[in-house]
Write a protein that binds this ligand. Sequence first.
Ligand SMILES: [Ca+2]
Length: 318
Amino acid sequence: MDSHFIEVPDGIEADSDQGFEFEVVIVNGLGEITERQTHTARQFIEHLDGGVSLEMVVIPGGTLLMGSPAGDGYEDERPQHSVKVSSFLMGKYPVTQEQWEAVMGWIPPYRCRGARRPVDRVSWDDAREFCERLSERTGHGYRLPGEAEWEYACRARTTTPFYFGETITTDLADYVGEYIYCSEPKGIYRHETTEVGSFPPNALGLYDMHGNVWEWCADAWHDNYVGAPADGRVWESGAGSQRVLRGGCWHDPPGLCRSAARLKHIPHEGEDFFGFRVALTSLEQNSTSAIWHNRARVNQRIHPTRLIARRIQTWLRR
Ligand SMILES: [Ca+2]
């Protein structure tokens, strides 16, 4: 892939971005590594408080065959359909506890504590609030990834059940290794999350998409893909209040960690194994929004004082 021909999101050239190199592994149905490939990707690094950084990887646009064909996966992964996904940026890792603290200023009641572990017990509402606060601070329009974007980024152009190939092993991801998916040997069950980036990434440079924590997507839950948008936008219409999670977790068998596997949950509840990663449509500074937010904050500060002043004036007129 020649980077000169990759369609990149607006603004990436203007900001300081860096390339990085990484090794991708491919396994056969026995879970044996058959191939090691060297890939490169580009990332933009957002600097947060306390020396904490947030790495955003450039995901070039393309076409995704979303879901599973008949006879494969679960009913809610069908019909398999084509989606055109525009270029965007995606968190290299799920949001970590140190990133959460740097942005939110408080620590939620995690199940598995560790600065470089993903946040867990996070609800969809919490995840959205994180995106809003991060956007306010940086002027970049952070948001949750759409479900189609998530699967496109996870597959990284693979069509196999996992980006590693026909199966996974517990050397490659954090899930319940007491269960097997194909013909691989049984693995271990860690009973907890792992630090982000502990396992090899996919060909786009994204880590921990299979297992570790489930990741919230922006979309409302739909029982199948009948009527799903073909342009990669977030699917909202005609659905209930439940939201989508992707990628499986440390507490699931490998089948639930597949690229196409889906989970639904109510938006205001965060289970022990729910986390998320953030996405960005472009790196262009949303100055209007940043100014608006700043003004709103100033107004909030001035507002009570004005109220008191008015009360004093009213009292003096009596
Ligand atoms: Ca994950």
